[in-house]
Design a protein around this ligand. Structure first.
Ligand SMILES: [Zn+2]
Length: 65
C-alpha cells in the first residue's frame, strides 16, 4: 500500500501528501521510496523510537532509501 506520501530522509517522518518540506524538521529532502509505516505515540517508551532517534509522536517510516 505504497502511497504518494513523502518521507523525510533526515528524521523519517511520514508527511501528508503534497508537502515540499518536512513537517517535523523542515528538511526538503523528502522521498517516495520508503517502507514500513509505524505510528509512534509515546517516543519515550518506545524501543523503535529510540533506535530511530525519534522524540516526537507521529508517523514514521522504518526504511528510507
Ligand atoms: Zn524531517
Amino acid at each position: 500500500m505504497a502511497s504518494n506520501r513523502l518521507v523525510c530522509r533526515e528524521c523519517h517522518r511520514v508527511n501528508e501528501p503534497d508537502r515540499e518540506t518536512c513537517d517535523s524538521c523542515n528538511s526538503s529532502s523528502l522521498t517516495e521510496d520508503w517502507a514500513g509505516y509505524v505510528i509512534i505515540a509515546h517516543p519515550d517508551k518506545s524501543e523503535i523510537a529510540r533506535e530511530m532517534q525519534v522524540d516526537e509522536p507521529g508517523s514514521y517510516a522504518l526504511k528510507v532509501r
